[in-house]
Every structure is written in C-alpha cells, then in structure tokens.
Write a protein that binds this ligand. Structure first.
Ligand SMILES: [Zn+2]
Length: 277
C-alpha cells in the first residue's frame, strides 16, 4: 500500500536548516480523539500558525501532508529551537490521526520506513519524551516500528483470497459475522466491530439490530462507517447516527425510519451475500 503525498501546504512557523543534524523521529497525535479532529483541521492549525506550532508531517491512512521540509526544524516538541534541543532541533515530527486505525498505522509505518531510507535508522520517540505532555496518547510506537521494519503483526494482514466468503444467515441481527462480511465487502480492515460510536438517543435514532458486543464507543468513528458514508455521499464522521442510518436504508430500499433494525439488517445481509453493498 502506498500513500498519497500532499505538498501544497506550508507551515507558518519553522526554523531553517539542521545545524545539529537529525537523530530521531517524534510521534505526535494531533488532538484528543474525543474531539473528532480532522486531517484538514490539523493542517490548517499549522498553516495558520495560530498556535505558534508546526510539524513536518500530518499523516493518516493513505495520505501524508508535508508542511515543513525535514531539512528544516518544525516547532513541534516544546523544547526550544537553536540550542541543540533533542526534539525541535534534531527530530522529525509526525502528527498522527488519533483514531489509530489499522490504515493509520500502515501509512505512518511506511512514512517512517521512507524517512529511514533517507536519514538512516532513526529511533522513534513519543512527544512526551521531550517535554511534559500527554501527546501522543495511546499511540503504539512499537507497532509503528514493526510496520516500518516490515514485520507487522498478522492481525492486520488481509485474509487469503482463496478463502470462500462467509454466507450469512439472513436473520436481521448485525453481529460479528455480518460486520466482518460488511468490512470485507467495503475493503476495510476486518475485526467484526463498529468502533468509536456514540450511544443512540433512542429518540431520533435507534440501533436495535446491532449486537452490543460488536460496538465500541468513544465518538471518533469507525473506518467501516466512514467507507459506507463515502460511498453514499455522506459526511464522513464514522458514526452510525440518524442521517447515516437513513442513507443506508435509502440505499438498501427499506423504510427510512432511522432505526438500524432487523428489516434493515436483513436487506444488508442479502446484499452482502451477493458480495456487494
Ligand atoms: Zn505532540
């Protein structure tokens, strides 16, 4: 998998040159995931200079924006510039999407591999290595390092193409098998879960057919639902909320009542058994 590189953005704040060399890569996350931060939002924070900060790269699944040339110094680590500081003066900073999808890890791992190809075998540090901060939250730097070294765990590897697709029972219950099949058809990572959701208010929308153990919460959204929203021309917040449920229902040709219930799921299962959504 290769990522798209975006070079049309330039950070407002940085310092030219690398008089002390480059000796590490620093991993950041660009905001708390509960605030639904976006790739574009992270870029505009740095291009506007509103926080007097910057980073060399803003990265998420499939795309990497370079805002500061790695041969210049970004204002990323909070440990000063121009006095041989480890973070700002000598590190390359990558701001990562805090949702931490498998795709995010893949792309950031590839970026690290590419940077090491140019600058040598640089170690990874979390931002908190340089200054007192929570950044980068729960990011797993060992996993990034394994991907960069080409030994990613098998859990995120695609399943062999020779495996026959599961035929779903059309029972109107959206459990792990249905979600896995939906993920396979949509081409996302496959874990049988819809992650990062909000609890339905059961007033404007419901999800009675979705099996509890297949949902995780946090509001940062699901890769699967983002892919579905992209296909249906919806805003891509990754949340199975009222607008998205209605759009799915319209797409499947069932009543648009904002309830992700058995009738909707039976229509979904029928489509998935035809190997399409
Ligand atoms: Zn940071």
């Amino acid at each position: 998998m290769a990522y798209e590189t975006l070079t049309q953005y330039t950070a407002a704040c940085y310092t030219s040159g690398r008089p002390y060399g480059i000796t590490s890569i620093t991993i950041h996350w660009w905001d708390d995931p509960s605030r639904h931060p976006t790739f574009e939002g992270a870029i505009s924070t740095f291009t506007s200079g509103s926080r007097r900060t910057s980073a060399h790269y803003v990265a998420e699944a499939g795309r990497v924006a370079c805002l500061v040339d790695p041969d210049d110094r970004a204002w990323a680590c909070g440990d000063g510039v121009g006095r041989n500081s480890g973070g700002n003066d000598r590190s390359i900073s990558i701001e990562c999407n805090p949702r931490q999808s498998d795709g995010d890890y893949e792309t950031i791992g590839e970026l690290i591999r590419d940077l090491r190809g140019v600058y040598g075998d640089l170690p990874l540090h979390p931002h908190r290595h340089w200054t007192s901060t929570d950044c980068p939250g729960t990011y797993d730097l060992d996993r990034l390092d394994r991907i960069a070294r080409g030994s990613a765990p098998a859990e995120s590897a695609p399943r062999p193409e020779t495996t026959a697709p599961t035929v779903l029972e059309v029972d109107g219950s959206c459990g792990p098998l249905t979600i896995r099949r939906w993920q396979e058809v949509m081409g996302t990572s496959v874990d049988g879960k819809i992650s990062g959701q909000l609890v339905p208010d059961c007033r404007t929308y419901w999800r009675p057919a979705l099996v509890d153990s297949c949902v995780t919460y946090g509001g940062y959204g699901s890769e699967l639902i983002r892919r579905v929203q992209a296909q249906l021309g919806q805003g891509q917040d990754g949340l199975l909320g009222p607008g998205t449920i209605r759009a799915i229902q319209a797409h499947l040709g069932v009543a648009q009542d904002a309830s992700f219930g058995p009738a909707t799921v039976r229509a979904l299962q029928t489509r998935l058994n035809e190997n399409r959504f």
